[in-house]
Design a protein around this ligand. Structure first.
Ligand code: HEM
Length: 580
């Protein structure tokens, strides 16, 4: 009996080994160098997961700018030179729709597609959404039309400059209301309070995003209660979502599954007609199909928007603040620029936000009166955000070859790519490139600036004055001379600043929410650092490492939270009287 079992086992092992050998990919002459792995299917996944940047950089050193790895069953061609991004963008056969569709399907635990891919031979967008309850012909508008209108809604409402100005207008109220709610809840008006910075960023970004996109209840108390109810459920789902993206079946994550079901139910029950300022993006998505059966799919779609708008913005805000708090020169320069801007334009604003009953609480009129075009002028702040995006961005832009194709590289070589293969561009490979950025691991707040700034910044009136709330400083040459840096160089070739930071992906599919994300982060940063006294509790401790579970999504969250002390500035009341 034992002999029989052993023979079966040996046969089985032989079969598996033979199968793996036969299925092993063989490189064709025109294809990129192929890295062989000991573990079939898993391939590079373990090494990549441990230390992706070093793993890919070592391979680049050995094999050059383009090579092929097997990553958890995918044949992935890694492109490691930002000068090749333009060619990747231009290659029509490369597509991201299946990738996003797959990602979204993981996120909601069932088939759900954001784009209708005409090349898909499988069930279409609505067939998937509706579990085939209806044939495509029965549904009006058609799946392709709905998909198109959602794509259009994302594109026009998040990228158009008029629409962004409108969003910015609502966002500044949302920022002031969210900050006031959170900081008064922890008791900052009663004295210094210690809070966890990342936790605070997640709460603030949720409050802003939810009310900015989904609109808000007119009654401030009900608005706050509703936001808190949504956040309590959302945060459980959010914590489990990286595991869902890693394809852990949702039924193995009971808390996440319950939170997902609950949040979809809550979204489905929203009465849009009783809300103020529902964004055009959400209105367009809600209107994209009036069919009653679309309700569940619509809730899933809105949930994806809610998730996409938080997942990277919250960690990006955390790192922006953490780096500014760790680097007093950077913080001083940001506040100095804002003061000069205020001094020059004498910002005065009116809020649609309810005025606070507590007169000693900052009204933040200078934040409330900022317009998008004003924010665009704050180049030092913008430079700090870019530097943060560079240091913390881990986006992995993946495209699928929908047919056999050839990609040219900047070195003049051509590589054949097979239909069904993937191309990968991992942003940190560019962000940490010594040829493009000097000392790339360091935070250098003026890396993205050019102009005669050094003397001006360091000669800025003593730090206490730079930190003060005074609005009276005369404009100096600072605003006039500093500009955002528009290009970098690698191997003597120009790289546009937009391609030197790839945290938002690249090409036509670059994150549509990037502009509003930056606006939110800039508004919160200014409001918090300008109107409150914020300090890291343990200033000598280095900032935490990255939480690698979010690798490839965009911005990596911290592996640990950082405690900060927040208080109203000592001279708050005096300044308020002087300034307003
Ligand atoms: C710091 C903040 C953010 C970062 C780093 C970020 C990053 C990204 C990345 C890397 C992609 C994939 C792009 C590609 O495949 O090339 C993406 C897609 C997307 N992002 Fe963002 N994102 C941020 C904020 C937002 C916000 C605030 C929204 C608001 C709604 C948003 C909505 C989306 C959507 C809808 C997609 C899918 C686009 C499509 O496939 O058509 N993102 N984001």
């Amino acid at each position: 009996m034992l002999e029989y079992a052993l023979t079966v086992l040996l046969l089985l092992i032989n079969f598996v080994v033979l199968n793996c050998l036969l299925r092993q990919r063989r490189r064709k002459r025109t294809e990129p160098p192929l890295i062989h792995h000991y573990l079939p299917f898993i391939g590079s996944a373990l090494d990549f997961g441990k230390d992706p940047l070093n793993y890919l950089m070592n391979l680049k050193e050995k094999y050059g700018d383009v090579y092929t790895i097997e990553l958890a069953g995918w044949n992935a061609h890694v492109f490691a030179n930002p000068l090749d991004v333009r060619n990747l963008e231009r290659t029509k056969a490369l597509d991201h729709k299946d990738i996003i569709g797959d990602f979204v399907t993981c996120m909601v635990g069932k088939n759900h597609y954001i784009h209708n891919n005409p090349d898909n031979t499988g069930p279409s967008f609505l067939e998937r959404l509706m579990g085939r309850a209806h044939s495509v012909e029965q549904i009006e508008p058609t799946p392709a039309k709905i998909s198109k209108s959602i794509e259009h809604a994302l594109d026009s409402n998040l990228r158009g400059s008029m629409q962004l100005s409108d969003l910015c207008h609502i966002a500044k109220d949302s920022v002031v209301i969210a900050l006031r709610k959170l900081l008064q809840d922890v008791g900052v008006h009663k004295g210094t309070r210690k809070v966890h910075l990342y936790d605070m960023c997640k709460r603030i970004i949720f409050d802003i995003t939810f009310n900015l996109f989904f609109g808000s209840l007119p009654d401030p108390v009900k608005r706050a209660e509703e936001t808190a109810r949504f956040y309590d459920v959302f945060k459980i789902y959010f914590a489990g979502s990286p595991l869902m993206v890693d394809r852990i079946p949702v039924h193995l994550l009971p808390a996440t599954k319950r939170a997902l079901a609950k949040i979809l139910e809550m979204i489905g029950e929203i009465n849009w007609s009783e809300r103020n300022n529902v964004s055009q993006l959400i209105t367009d998505i809600v209107d994209s199909n009036p069919h009653i059966d679309f309700k569940d799919a619509r809730a899933r779609h809105l949930m994806i928007i809610l998730w996409s708008a938080q997942a990277n913005t919250a960690p990006a805000l955390f790192w922006t603040l953490a780096h500014l708090l760790k680097n007093p020169d950077a913080k001083r320069a940001v506040l100095k620029e804002f003061e000069e801007f205020n001094g020059r334009y004498r910002l005065r604003g009116r809020s649609s936000a309810e005025p606070t009953a507590d007169a000693s609480w900052p009204q933040m009129n200078n934040i409330l009166s900022l317009k998008k075009k004003d924010i665009d002028k704050l180049v030092v702040l913008d430079g700090c955000l870019k530097e943060t995006m560079r240091l913390t961005g881990s986006s992995m832009s993946v495209r699928k070859a929908m047919q056999d194709t050839v990609i040219n590289t900047s070195s003049g070589r051509q590589y054949a790519i097979r239909k069904g293969d993937y191309t990968i561009f991992f942003a940190p490979v560019t962000h940490m490139d010594h040829e493009i950025f000097e000392s790339p691991k360091e935070y250098d707040y003026d890396r993205f600036l050019i102009g005669e700034h050094e003397g001006v910044l360091s000669s800025c009136v003593p730090s206490s004055s730079c930190d003060s709330d005074s609005q009276n400083s005369e404009p100096t040459q600072l605003l006039g001379t500093l500009r955002s840096r528009s290009r970098f160089y690698k191997a003597g070739q120009r790289i546009a600043a937009s391609r030197s930071i790839m945290t938002f992906g690249f090409g036509s599919t670059r994150c549509p929410g990037r502009h509003i994300a930056m606006i939110e982060i800039k508004l919160v940063t200014l409001a918090l650092l300008k109107h409150f006294d914020v300090k890291i509790c343990e200033p000598d401790k280095p900032l935490p490492d990255f939480d690698l579970t979010h690798l490839g999504f965009g911005v990596m969250p911290p592996s640990q939270d950082v405690r900060v002390r927040i208080a109203l500035p000592d001279d708050h009341n005096n300044n308020m009287r002087q300034a307003f």
